[in-house]
Design a binder for this molecule. Structure first.
Ligand SMILES: NC(=O)c1ccc[n+]([C@@H]2O[C@H](COP(=O)([O-])OP(=O)(O)OC[C@H]3O[C@@H](n4cnc5c(N)ncnc54)[C@H](OP(=O)(O)O)[C@@H]3O)[C@@H](O)[C@H]2O)c1
Length: 384
């Protein structure tokens, strides 16, 4: 059990009130003692990913945010527009803990042998509520990090690495032979480039700036199409013809991109000798929308026959689909590649209170290439 486990720790909460105000705050919360099969982590590092921003900021425009309260425990508030209030009806007046994943040291453990074996180990978890100094979780949720991997290096063990592996896994499960990825200069996109090279999978990368194309090329990417180029549609079709990719993962979501990819796939199928019948080729083309970087409507032109699909894709659904044994194998693959294939890089490390400064919120809220933030809950904070 615990040695000197403190009673309270600080945690970051997000509250959308029925009065139309988003409030982000730091609160002192009890440290839950572990049950037999649980451990308590002293959280050392947790990334701010786009999926965390959805819960943290609830789609609220933070440009008019006001900060108040004690500098060590600020409260940031911003008004929520009517469409946000409608979309977020299910969470109104519920103060939510934030932070999907992170890593830390096990400082207390329940009586079960599995929990006891983790005492003192540095582990990563995907348990939610990780923007906190302490977090009590099931022992079986913990991924023990290799001895030479720090909590910072292991903080992003799950969301992006498992999604990259899930894309390749979905490709195999659904009988495709190559992939397309959009917003491909993202942290996840960089991992996917390295993973596809490692596993011999052909990958078409769609970016939106020339410098992003350069960066991916330096990682060894071969097929890169820049949507800001006049040649984009031709380049995309050429890359699809070269690779035969019939499966795309689109993080952008809104706009014409998904439809352009499907159209390019159909042209490529015919260029590779496929036959177009009355309803187009019979080869199935699939785009999974797995992000919402552009929150606008998805516009599909439908110029590519009838053998196609557009759907949603979520990591947790994929992990359920493959079952616990295969999911564990993927987790172990990630743990062994945290310094190489699955390494994440951060622009800035901020404290819990630092994460609530309006200029910092504006910076991570941009979700820009190479600007990932890491929260270190013990930076500038009392021990709770
Ligand atoms: N469905 C799932 O299970 C799942 C799991 C993990 C991740 N994801 C999604 O994966 C995506 C990447 O995550 P990450 O952590 O790797 O992101 P990240 O490192 O923060 O990078 C975000 C990237 O998106 C680009 N971007 C932002 N807005 C864009 C827009 N409107 N159109 C085109 N590109 C845009 C940025 O490029 P600029 O610099 O040009 O802005 C940047 O390269 C996110 O959408 C996330 O939600 C989904």
């Amino acid at each position: 059990m615990a040695l000197d486990l403190p009673r309270m720790g600080m945690e970051l909460r997000s509250l959308l009130t029925s009065g139309g105000l988003l409030e982000l705050s730091l609160q002192s919360a009890p440290v839950e003692p572990p049950a037999a099969d649980e451990v308590v982590l002293r959280v050392e590092a947790a990334p701010i990913n786009p999926s965390d921003l959805g819960l943290l900021l609830a789609g609220v425009d933070m440009t008019g945010a006001k900060i108040s309260g004690d500098p060590a425990a600020p409260v940031v508030s911003a008004p929520a527009a009517a469409p946000v209030m409608r979309a977020m009806a299910a969470r109104l007046d519920r103060s939510m803990p934030v932070g999907n994943e992170g890593a830390g040291v096990v400082v207390a453990a329940g009586s079960s042998p599995q929990a006891q074996a983790l005492l003192g180990r540095t582990v990563a978890v995907f348990a939610g509520g990780m923007y906190a100094q302490y977090r009590t979780v099931k022992a079986q949720e913990c991924l023990v990090l290799p001895a030479d991997v720090t909590a910072e290096e292991g903080a992003s063990c799950f969301v992006n690495p498992l999604t990259a592996l899930g894309m390749v896994g979905t490709m195999r499960l659904e009988g495709h032979s190559a992939l397309v990825h959009t917003a491909a200069a993202s942290n996840l996109g960089q991992m996917l480039v390295k993973l596809c090279r490692r596993d011999g999978v052909e990958l078409v990368n769609v970016v939106r700036r020339p410098e992003q194309a350069e960066m991916l090329r330096s990682l060894g990417a071969t097929h890169i199409c820049d949507s800001s180029s006049e040649r984009f549609v031709d380049d995309l079709t050429e890359a699809l013809t070269a690779t035969g990719a019939t499966l795309a993962f689109d993080a952008v979501g809104g706009g014409k991109l998904a439809g352009q990819i499907l159209a390019g796939m159909e042209t490529a199928i015919l260029a590779r000798g496929g036959v177009s019948e009355r309803y187009g080729s019979s080869v199935h083309k699939q785009v999974y929308l797995y992000g919402s970087l552009d929150a606008g409507p998805t516009q599909i032109g439908r110029s590519f026959g009838l053998a196609w699909g557009v759907g949603g894709w979520l990591l947790t659904f994929f992990l359920k689909r493959i079952g616990p044994a295969q999911a564990q194998a993927l987790r172990e693959d990630v743990a062994s590649g945290l310094k190489t294939t699955f390494a994440s890089h951060y622009t800035r490390t901020v404290s819990l209170s630092g994460a609530l400064q309006p200029d910092v919120i504006a910076a991570y809220g941009r979700r820009a290439t190479g600007e990932k933030f890491l929260i270190s809950p013990w930076l500038d904070q009392p021990a709770g």
